[in-house]
Design a protein around this ligand. Sequence first.
Ligand SMILES: Cc1cc2nc3c(=O)[nH]c(=O)nc-3n(C[C@H](O)[C@H](O)[C@H](O)COP(=O)(O)OP(=O)(O)OC[C@H]3O[C@@H](n4cnc5c(N)ncnc54)[C@H](O)[C@@H]3O)c2cc1C
Length: 286
Amino acid sequence: VKPAPFDYHRAVSVDDAVDALATTGGKVLAGGQSLVPLMSMRLASPSALVDINHVGGLSDVTVDRDRVRIGALTRHRQLELNDSAYRANTLLRQAVTSVAHETIRNRGTTVGSLVHADPAAEMPAVLRLLGGSVDVVSRERGARTIGADELFVGPLESALAPDELAVSAAFPNPPPGAGTAWVELSRRHGDYALVGAGAVVETDGDVVSSARVGLISVGSTPVVVDVTAAAAGSSYRDVDWTDAQALVEESIDPETDIHASADYRRQLARVLATRALGEATRRAGR
Ligand SMILES: Cc1cc2nc3c(=O)[nH]c(=O)nc-3n(C[C@H](O)[C@H](O)[C@H](O)COP(=O)(O)OP(=O)(O)OC[C@H]3O[C@@H](n4cnc5c(N)ncnc54)[C@H](O)[C@@H]3O)c2cc1C
């Protein structure tokens, strides 16, 4: 199937892009890896596309002590291959390598994935787990920052207004010594995960002092659960995550679809959360 007819605007600057969004009521075209298939299936029929691929200055990955900031045109693969981003923030590479296949990661943008807000996507959960944010701009209202807790409104629905362009996203670095991990299960490598889980665990000496887990494909938005209370005080060598599993189960609301039943997803969430927490704990403090 071919997309319905649309106007095309090739933006040359951020100002030009937000002008075009305001005047055409169109949609941003970034990597096109989600939008174009939706248009081809006629599940989306925007009247215009505002192509930002030729806007300069949107591809940078900036790594500092506190965070990794990426531009709207940073491709998943670019983030994956950036060694200084990995050293500062291990969870980014751990998770982004599970996003689709290399060919899709070569083109798809991480910021595009955040705005697209697919509850099965990895990077929205990572943004929430790390407490990150997205910077957006519009012609009428200027710039604002949207925190991850407000960004994901529902399935394929983010808090951006139709005339807003996301220009960058900031992923705070886990505290020094924190351990991180990402695990997921999909039918084939590169498919969307049936369930995925990421974890950030901090230790104080031998003892777990903080533990958080983020989950995908278990609700209408990515879910983050603070399971510190279930593990705090345990030695990192021997944590019993049973209470954490119960907290995870209380926080999720998976659905049955053609890929898996809700019960199977609930079971996977318990198992994968435990695995992610275990791996992150082994890496913490080392
Ligand atoms: C076969 C296949 C498998 C995939 N598997 C996975 C997977 O396992 N995990 C995963 O996370 N993703 C997966 N994806 C999606 C992929 O990660 C996309 O790249 C990503 O979701 C969207 O990024 P994009 O740059 O391609 O955005 P586009 O497709 O260009 O845009 C997506 C949406 O976001 C909006 N948008 C994009 N950028 C901006 C911006 N800067 N400001 C405002 N609005 C913007 C667009 O208007 C559109 O509504 C898969 C895609 C395919 C085709």
